[in-house]
Each structure stands twice: as structure tokens, then as C-alpha cells.
Design a protein around this ligand. Structure first.
Ligand SMILES: C[S@@+](CC[C@H](N)C(=O)[O-])C[C@H]1O[C@@H](n2cnc3c(N)ncnc32)[C@H](O)[C@@H]1O
Length: 225
């Protein structure tokens, strides 16, 4: 699927501000020259980072993106797992890794190839806990039953839980109630540690909806090699 067929995920401004501030905090001494956002959605985080990193060129990859260049930001409409565009001093991913169609070890190997020596990975990904396990069981039950009726039921519940949110935003998030969690922060951390990455920080991410998995921020540094 490319890009143009599915609308880009509309970022939540509060999430962009929360995650963006932590990404900037995670930058050691040298500002990054090349930045990759895996699963960049509508590009809101890339624009946030571009404004704060004036010397950086930035690449956003998303299966829903169009191939486009906006100043220093390049959008690539592709599956991240097939992306080969060199190494990056800073790689970020906000709630985009958990459903990717490969093993956790292969995903970690791909990320490890893309982060430059001594570079930084900052990601927010669901972690292993009872809540996420229960949600995954529910999603696995819903997945084969997906129909207009189940979509409508999910939307009714979402509107009851989030009456102030625009309907379009809730409609866009219905797909995620069927997304099976395949990768967890804990497992990615272990697989990256086996490749020499060092954890420098973790923190629970804000949990803003009952239908959303609980996520954790992790900052990791690549080996100097
Ligand atoms: C929950 S949205 C988050 C979007 C954005 N990072 C944000 O925080 O607003 C997950 C995004 O990851 C993208 N995505 C999922 N799997 C992908 C893959 N294999 N390659 C590229 N993008 C992917 C989806 O298209 C979607 O835009």
C-alpha cells in the first residue's frame, strides 16, 4: 500500500510536545545532522524537531506518506523495514514500532543498522504489562470479526469516552483497536542491548485513552563501533 491511499495519522499536539521535548533533552553534546522519524504520520514531530535543530536534515518514513520534500524534511512513503537510506545520528519513533511485520530481533537489527555509531534512539512503544496483554487479547478477538458493525461499536465507545474529541480523529483511531501488538519496549531494549546499545533513560508515557496500550519512552545510545 502506498501512501496516498490512506490519510496520514493526525498527531496529537500534546503528544508531540511531550515526546519532542524529551527527544531534544536526549541529544547529548553534538546536535544531530541526520534525523529519522519512523512512522512519522502527518509529520508534526518532524516539524517540531526541524524548528529546534536548524542544522539537521530530517527524513520521515511512513506507509501512508507521499514522497515529498519540504525544506529540510524529506517524506518517504514506504515500509520502514524496506527503507535503505543510510545512517542517522538520531532515530525517533512515536508509537509506530509495535505492529511492524517482522520479529522483534529483526526489527532491532534493522534499527541497529540505521543508527550511526554513538547515535541516539528515542522511542515510545507499548511495554509488557497486564493491561497491554488484556488489550492484545481483546484486539486478537476483534480482528477476525471486523465489520462495519464492530467499527461502529468501537466508535460509539470512543465517543462516549472522549466526547470533546473531533469525530474524524476518533474515526482515524478505530483501525488501532484491531492492531495486534507484536513488539514491546522491554523486548526491543533487550534485543538492542545484545547489539551493544545502552539504555540511558526510561519513563512511562501519558496514557490518554482506555483503548490505547500503555507506552514507555526509552532513550538508547548506539555503540561507538
Ligand atoms: C499510531 S501512528 C503514530 C504516528 C506518529 N508517530 C505520531 O506519533 O503521531 C503509527 C504510524 O506508524 C506508521 N507505520 C506503522 N507501521 C509502519 C511501517 N512498517 N513502516 C512505516 N510506517 C509504519 C503508521 O502508518 C502510522 O502513521
Amino acid at each position: 500500500m502506498t501512501a496516498a491511499s490512506t490519510p496520514a495519522f493526525g498527531a496529537d499536539p500534546a503528544q508531540v510536545a511531550w515526546f519532542g521535548a524529551r527527544v531534544i533533552d536526549a541529544i547529548a553534546s553534538e546536535p544531530p545532522r541526520r534525523v529519522l522519524d519512523i512512522g512519522c504520520g502527518d509529520g508534526a514531530l518532524l516539524r517540531y524537531l526541524a524548528a529546534r535543530l536548524p542544522a539537521a536534515t530530517l527524513v520521515g518514513v511512513d506507509v501512508t506518506a507521499r514522497d515529498e520534500q519540504h525544506g529540510r524534511i524529506q517524506f518517504v512513503g514506504a515500509d520502514y523495514l524496506a527503507l535503505e537510506v543510510g545512517r542517522f545520528d538520531l532515530v525517533v519513533a512515536s508509537s509506530s514500532l509495535q505492529g511492524m511485520g517482522t520479529t522483534t530481533d529483526a526489527l532491532a537489527a534493522k534499527i541497529a543498522r540505521d543508527v550511526a555509531p554513538s547515535g541516539t534512539l528515542v522511542h515510545v512503544t507499548p511495554y509488557r504489562c497486564g493491561y497491554n496483554h488484556a488489550l492484545n487479547v481483546l484486539r486478537a478477538l476483534l480482528h477476525p470479526l471486523r465489520s462495519r458493525a464492530t467499527d461502529r461499536m468501537i466508535l460509539i465507545v470512543a465517543r462516549a469516552l472522549h466526547p470533546a474529541e473531533p469525530r474524524d480523529k476518533l474515526v482515524q483511531r478505530v483501525d488501532y483497536m484491531y492492531l495486534i501488538l507484536r513488539h514491546y519496549e522491554d523486548d526491543l531494549r533487550a534485543a538492542l542491548a545484545r547489539r551493544g546499545f545502552r539504555l540511558t533513560r526510561t519513563e512511562p508515557a501519558p496514557h490518554t485513552s482506555a483503548g490505547q496500550p500503555k507506552h514507555r519512552l526509552a532513550v538508547m545510545t548506539a555503540p561507538a563501533r
